[in-house]
Design a protein. Sequence first.
Length: 168
Amino acid sequence: METKSNWEKFRLACGRFGKKTGDAVSIQKMKLDISDIQEKCEKDYAALGKLCYEKLKAAEDLTEQEATLMDAIEEKLKKISDLRVEIATVQNKRYCPQCNTLLDAESNFCSHCGMDMNPACPEVQQAKQEAQEELEAFRNDGAAEEPAEENEPAQPVENAETTEEEEC
Ligand SMILES: [Zn+2]
Protein backbone atom coordinates (compact mmCIF):
# COMPACT_ATOMS: atom_id res chain seq x y z
CA MET A 1 0.00 0.00 0.00
CA GLU A 2 3.07 2.24 0.09
CA THR A 3 2.94 2.55 -3.70
CA LYS A 4 -0.32 4.55 -3.74
CA SER A 5 -0.21 7.52 -6.05
CA ASN A 6 -0.90 10.94 -4.76
CA TRP A 7 -4.14 10.89 -6.66
CA GLU A 8 -5.28 7.69 -4.91
CA LYS A 9 -4.25 9.11 -1.57
CA PHE A 10 -6.21 12.21 -2.40
CA ARG A 11 -9.26 10.21 -3.37
CA LEU A 12 -9.02 8.19 -0.18
CA ALA A 13 -8.75 11.39 1.76
CA CYS A 14 -11.86 12.67 0.07
CA GLY A 15 -13.73 9.52 0.99
CA ARG A 16 -14.25 8.58 -2.61
CA PHE A 17 -12.86 5.06 -2.25
CA GLY A 18 -15.18 2.54 -3.85
CA LYS A 19 -16.31 4.86 -6.61
CA LYS A 20 -13.52 3.64 -8.87
CA THR A 21 -15.85 2.38 -11.59
CA GLY A 22 -17.86 5.57 -11.60
CA ASP A 23 -14.67 7.61 -11.74
CA ALA A 24 -13.30 5.56 -14.59
CA VAL A 25 -16.48 6.16 -16.55
CA SER A 26 -16.47 9.89 -15.88
CA ILE A 27 -12.75 10.11 -16.72
CA GLN A 28 -13.42 8.27 -19.97
CA LYS A 29 -16.24 10.69 -20.72
CA MET A 30 -14.07 13.70 -20.01
CA LYS A 31 -11.36 12.29 -22.25
CA LEU A 32 -13.92 11.92 -25.02
CA ASP A 33 -15.02 15.50 -24.40
CA ILE A 34 -11.40 16.62 -24.77
CA SER A 35 -11.08 14.73 -28.09
CA ASP A 36 -14.33 16.26 -29.29
CA ILE A 37 -13.28 19.79 -28.35
CA GLN A 38 -9.82 19.22 -29.87
CA GLU A 39 -11.43 18.14 -33.13
CA LYS A 40 -13.63 21.25 -33.20
CA CYS A 41 -10.59 23.34 -32.38
CA GLU A 42 -8.68 21.83 -35.33
CA LYS A 43 -11.58 22.75 -37.61
CA ASP A 44 -11.47 26.34 -36.37
CA TYR A 45 -7.70 26.39 -36.91
CA ALA A 46 -8.23 25.15 -40.46
CA ALA A 47 -10.92 27.78 -41.14
CA LEU A 48 -8.66 30.49 -39.72
CA GLY A 49 -5.80 29.08 -41.80
CA LYS A 50 -7.89 29.43 -44.95
CA LEU A 51 -8.62 33.06 -44.14
CA CYS A 52 -4.91 33.67 -43.54
CA TYR A 53 -4.08 31.86 -46.77
CA GLU A 54 -6.29 34.24 -48.75
CA LYS A 55 -4.68 37.23 -47.02
CA LEU A 56 -1.14 35.91 -47.45
CA LYS A 57 -1.67 35.26 -51.16
CA ALA A 58 -1.72 39.01 -51.65
CA ALA A 59 1.08 39.67 -49.18
CA GLU A 60 4.64 40.26 -50.31
CA ASP A 61 6.65 39.92 -47.12
CA LEU A 62 6.11 36.24 -46.27
CA THR A 63 8.30 34.50 -43.76
CA GLU A 64 10.13 31.41 -45.00
CA GLN A 65 7.76 29.15 -43.06
CA GLU A 66 4.70 30.89 -44.49
CA ALA A 67 6.10 30.71 -48.02
CA THR A 68 6.85 27.00 -47.65
CA LEU A 69 3.33 26.25 -46.42
CA MET A 70 1.78 28.43 -49.13
CA ASP A 71 3.77 26.53 -51.78
CA ALA A 72 2.75 23.19 -50.27
CA ILE A 73 -0.93 24.18 -50.33
CA GLU A 74 -0.74 25.50 -53.89
CA GLU A 75 0.98 22.32 -55.04
CA LYS A 76 -1.81 20.21 -53.54
CA LEU A 77 -4.54 22.43 -55.00
CA LYS A 78 -2.86 22.05 -58.39
CA LYS A 79 -2.86 18.26 -58.02
CA ILE A 80 -6.57 18.28 -57.09
CA SER A 81 -7.31 20.47 -60.07
CA ASP A 82 -5.29 18.22 -62.41
CA LEU A 83 -7.11 15.12 -61.13
CA ARG A 84 -10.50 16.80 -61.60
CA VAL A 85 -9.57 17.71 -65.16
CA GLU A 86 -8.43 14.12 -65.73
CA ILE A 87 -11.76 12.75 -64.46
CA ALA A 88 -13.68 15.25 -66.59
CA THR A 89 -11.64 14.29 -69.67
CA VAL A 90 -12.40 10.59 -69.13
CA GLN A 91 -16.09 11.51 -68.82
CA ASN A 92 -15.83 13.58 -72.03
CA LYS A 93 -16.38 16.78 -70.12
CA ARG A 94 -14.33 19.84 -69.24
CA TYR A 95 -14.38 22.77 -66.86
CA CYS A 96 -15.08 26.36 -67.81
CA PRO A 97 -11.80 28.19 -67.10
CA GLN A 98 -13.72 31.24 -65.94
CA CYS A 99 -16.45 29.92 -63.60
CA ASN A 100 -15.40 26.25 -63.18
CA THR A 101 -18.74 24.87 -64.39
CA LEU A 102 -18.53 21.29 -65.65
CA LEU A 103 -19.54 21.21 -69.33
CA ASP A 104 -19.71 18.72 -72.17
CA ALA A 105 -16.43 18.62 -74.05
CA GLU A 106 -18.25 19.65 -77.23
CA SER A 107 -19.76 22.80 -75.71
CA ASN A 108 -18.70 25.89 -77.59
CA PHE A 109 -19.79 28.24 -74.84
CA CYS A 110 -20.17 27.94 -71.06
CA SER A 111 -23.85 27.49 -70.15
CA HIS A 112 -23.26 29.39 -66.92
CA CYS A 113 -21.14 32.43 -67.81
CA GLY A 114 -21.14 32.32 -71.60
CA MET A 115 -17.36 31.97 -71.85
CA ASP A 116 -16.05 31.05 -75.32
CA MET A 117 -14.83 27.47 -74.84
CA ASN A 118 -12.79 27.46 -78.03
CA PRO A 119 -10.59 30.50 -77.57
CA ALA A 120 -7.66 30.86 -79.92
CA CYS A 121 -4.21 31.84 -78.70
CA PRO A 122 -3.78 35.58 -77.95
CA GLU A 123 -2.06 36.31 -81.29
CA VAL A 124 -4.89 34.75 -83.28
CA GLN A 125 -7.49 36.47 -81.12
CA GLN A 126 -5.78 39.78 -81.76
CA ALA A 127 -5.58 39.05 -85.48
CA LYS A 128 -9.28 38.17 -85.48
CA GLN A 129 -10.13 41.34 -83.60
CA GLU A 130 -8.08 43.43 -86.01
CA ALA A 131 -9.74 41.70 -88.94
CA GLN A 132 -13.15 42.38 -87.39
CA GLU A 133 -12.27 46.04 -86.85
CA GLU A 134 -11.02 46.31 -90.41
CA LEU A 135 -14.24 44.75 -91.65
CA GLU A 136 -16.31 47.18 -89.61
CA ALA A 137 -14.25 50.11 -90.86
CA PHE A 138 -14.76 48.87 -94.40
CA ARG A 139 -18.51 48.56 -93.89
CA ASN A 140 -18.73 51.98 -92.30
CA ASP A 141 -16.65 53.69 -94.97
CA GLY A 142 -18.06 51.71 -97.85
CA ALA A 143 -14.49 51.81 -99.16
CA ALA A 144 -13.07 49.29 -101.63
CA GLU A 145 -10.55 47.99 -99.10
CA GLU A 146 -10.50 44.20 -98.83
CA PRO A 147 -12.09 43.01 -95.58
CA ALA A 148 -10.02 40.41 -93.74
CA GLU A 149 -12.76 37.86 -93.20
CA GLU A 150 -11.99 34.60 -91.47
CA ASN A 151 -13.60 32.20 -93.90
CA GLU A 152 -11.78 33.21 -97.07
CA PRO A 153 -8.95 30.72 -97.50
CA ALA A 154 -8.11 32.21 -100.90
CA GLN A 155 -6.22 35.03 -99.19
CA PRO A 156 -2.62 34.16 -98.25
CA VAL A 157 -2.86 36.22 -95.03
CA GLU A 158 -5.84 34.13 -93.93
CA ASN A 159 -3.91 30.94 -94.60
CA ALA A 160 -1.08 32.14 -92.41
CA GLU A 161 -3.58 32.90 -89.67
CA THR A 162 -5.16 29.45 -89.90
CA THR A 163 -1.74 27.79 -89.62
CA GLU A 164 -1.00 29.88 -86.57
CA GLU A 165 -4.26 28.79 -84.97
CA GLU A 166 -3.47 25.12 -85.53
CA GLU A 167 -0.13 25.55 -83.80
CA CYS A 168 -1.92 26.63 -80.65
ZN1 LIG B 1 -18.31 29.62 -67.23
